[in-house]
Design a protein around this ligand. Sequence first.
Ligand code: S6P
Ligand code: ZN
Length: 187
Amino acid sequence: MLNTEKLLSKFNPLTAEVSGAPTVKRHLHDLRGCFADAAAFEKAAAAGNPLLYQVAVVEPANGDGDLHYGVGRLMPGKIGDEYFMTKGHLHSWRAAAEFYFGLTGEGVMLLEDEATGESHMVPLEPNGVVYVPGDTAHRTMNTGKTPLTYIGVYPAKAGHDYGAIAKNNFRCLVLERGGKLAMIERK
Ligand code: S6P
Ligand code: ZN
């Protein structure tokens, strides 16, 4: 049995901090290639390199059946018409699914089946839980005006594979069109 320190962790739903847990930070320059409007990206990147999101990662154990979770905080903002987003990934162990629990703010998740490219835009909001099936690339976007915070729970052995997204990006993008949220196919 794990010791009490590993059996209990406490997250702050506003700051997305977990005491004792390491935090990964991603800044604008880390997202090069993710946004469709390259000119808008370069303009913003020349003006600065703000923090776009951070994730506190809690890894109590690493056995075959163990679980990990991350608490994410994604800032509001846009590059062109496209909302601030996470890099997005597949799990290295493709079969690994994940639950996302919305904590604060308004956002969406873009889910893309790796084999078929079938895409869904699913709201990520307080009291909402998004199921990310295995073999599905996932990216989170903040569509609101305040920080979006959430928890993702995934198998300890899931791992992250950023390669496919870095190469081909997602098939679809999520943006604001005429004051409304839209998912459209990338040209
Ligand atoms: C891990 C889980 C999340 C993301 C986080 C940041 O499986 O899906 O904790 O790591 O939302 O996204 P990304 O794409 O930069 O890892
Ligand atoms: Zn994941």
